[in-house]
Design a protein around this ligand. Structure first.
Ligand code: NAP
Length: 245
């Protein structure tokens, strides 16, 4: 259930906000009172997300931005455009932009490997760095950066050596960022979804999805708006970062 004022007056940035998980995050943030910057490489889908958002309570409004997270120049432009509109950097950032290009290790091209790592890992780095730099330089002492990893980064998956590597990488990125940025009041965390029905999983063969589903104790794929309804068997550390890996 959304808490309508929980994020009131918070400025939030969601990359990959035009589709799937990113879109559901934008909708949840807006329904909890936040202003949302819907950032995506796909302008049309970002606009569709924008059109689906509840009005924010403080009247600052939401905005869309076209960004390619693999480009430092594009990410810098994104942060500049946010600051010129809202006169502050986002204090909540979700790195949800991501892609897959599956193939077996024996066949995977260098290009396929590089492309996926560039979007999923380098993209998360560039956005995390730019948001953190903006927060630190404006003297803010509060921020939260969430990166969407994947269970595949932890356990591996057939045909996804590039994706699994990128998603293992973002866990290291998040932990290191958490260690470095805690002193500025910026928290960094990673969430690891399993299989969630989105345009990304539409590309997975039905046979594979059925097999995966049979391994899920809850017996179904997740939905982007599931919230904690698809969290089970997890141990979430609430330690201020103590003993993180
Ligand atoms: P999705 O529906 O394909 O959404 C990803 C969005 O990111 C798309 O709008 C995509 O645009 C955009 N994007 C791609 N490259 C970009 C770039 N260079 N710069 C900015 N935006 C870019 O996928 P999803 O399933 O919601 O995935 C969201 C995140 O969750 C990803 O990081 C994914 O790896 C992760 N995840 C998903 C699942 C799952 O089962 N669905 C499981 C674990 C983790 P285009 O459509 O134009 O490419």
């Amino acid at each position: 259930m959304a808490a309508p004022t929980r994020l009131m007056s918070r400025l939030t940035l969601v990359t990959g906000g035009g589709s799937g998980i990113g879109r559901a995050v934008c909708q949840r943030f807006a329904s909890e009172g936040a202003s949302v910057v819907v950032a995506d490489i796909n302008e049309e889908s970002a606009n569709e997300t924008l059109g689906s958002l509840q009005r924010d309570l403080r009247g600052q409004g939401h905005m869309t931005a076209v960004v390619d997270v693999t480009s430092k120049e594009s990410v810098t432009k994104l942060i500049t455009s946010i600051q010129s509109r809202y006169f502050q950097p986002p204090s909540v950032c979700v790195n949800a932009a991501g892609i897959t290009q599956d193939d077996f290790l024996l066949n995977m091209s260098e290009e396929q490997f590089d492309t996926v790592v560039r979007v999923n890992l380098k993209g998360s780095f560039l956005v995390t760095q730019a948001v953190a730099q903006a927060l630190v330089s404006c003297g803010s002492n509060k921020g939260s950066i969430i990166t969407v990893g994947s269970i595949v980064g932890k356990v591996g998956n057939l045909g996804q050596v590039n994706y699994a590597s990128s998603k293992a990488g973002v866990q290291g990125l998040s932990r290191t960022a958490a260690k470095e940025l805690s002193r500025f009041g910026i928290r960094c965390n990673c969430v690891l979804p399993g299989f969630i029905t989105t345009p990304m999983t539409d590309k997975v063969p039905e046979k594979v999805l059925t097999k995966m589903q049979s391994l899920v104790p809850m017996g179904r794929m997740g939905r982007p708006a599931d919230d904690s309804g698809y969290v089970t068997g997890a141990s979430i550390e609430v330690t201020g970062g103590l003993f993180m890996g």
